[in-house]
Design a binder for this molecule. Structure first.
Ligand code: G3P
Length: 223
């Protein structure tokens, strides 16, 4: 069944959405972490990981060469057992993913900023546990974000690739069901989109009408 992650570093949003029983993980990125000014980085990451139990929390490295990515990844993964290291796509990133998957203590990687099937195939081959195609950013340049996810999921299926697809850069609820229909394993959504997914004006209207009809029937019984 398709899983939903929250794309956020905001503790209130995380706590609230986890309480809905629909969130199976968190993704963050440097932009989202920078928005949460009140807290320093490591305590924030620790707290997010604790709120998620055993579910994965992706945190991105900032290094741009393989050695610094690998060193950062090792430090980050020591923060919590459910921490997944987010590595930007590219040759340096692929080498880092490969190295982090060697030896006894493998570190789960989420390869981010993926915009083509070939990038996803390379990331999977290097050992990525997850790949993150950016749906909205492709749509922004008049490309087809959902189409990319569909193609990627199709190729992964043909080849029995176990790397999970996390559709990211989700801008609206329509993206969510479209990438789910396209075969995405996971969709990571901003809190505003998660809330929009749960709501519908006809649901609100329906509840209002049921309550009004109930009250009316009670009033007429009392008369
Ligand atoms: O977490 C990465 C991704 O979801 C970013 O989304 O809206 O900045 O393209 P956006």
């Amino acid at each position: 069944m398709v899983k939903f992650f929250l794309d956020s570093a905001n503790l209130e949003e995380i706590e609230e959405s986890v309480s809905w029983g629909v969130i199976s993980g968190i993704t963050t990125n440097p932009t989202l972490i920078a928005k949460e000014s009140g807290m320093s980085f490591e305590p924030m990451v620790k707290q997010i990981c604790a709120l998620l139990g055993n579910n994965p929390v992706s945190v991105e490295v900032l290094g741009t060469d393989t050695d610094s990515m690998v060193n950062e990844a090792r430090l980050l993964s020591a923060v919590a057992s459910n921490l997944v290291v987010k590595i930007p796509m590219g040759i340096e990133g692929l080498k880092a993913v490969y190295r982090l998957n060697q030896g006894k203590k493998k570190i789960a990687c989420n390869v981010t900023l993926v915009f083509s099937v070939n990038q996803a195939l390379l990331a999977a081959r290097a050992g990525a546990a997850y790949v993150s195609p950016f749906v909205g950013r492709l749509d922004d340049i008049s490309w087809d974000g959902v189409g990319l996810v569909r193609e990627m999921a199709g190729v992964f299926k043909i080849h029995g690739i176990k790397t999970e697809i996390i559709s990211a850069s989700i801008r609206h609820p329509r993206h969510v069901h479209e990438v789910a229909a396209a075969g995405s394993d996971i969709v990571t959504v901003p809190f505003s989109v998660l809330r929009q997914m749960a709501n519908h004006p006809l649901t609100d209207l329906g509840v209002e009408r049921f309550l009004r009809d109930w009250e009316r029937s009670r009033e007429s019984e009392e008369m």
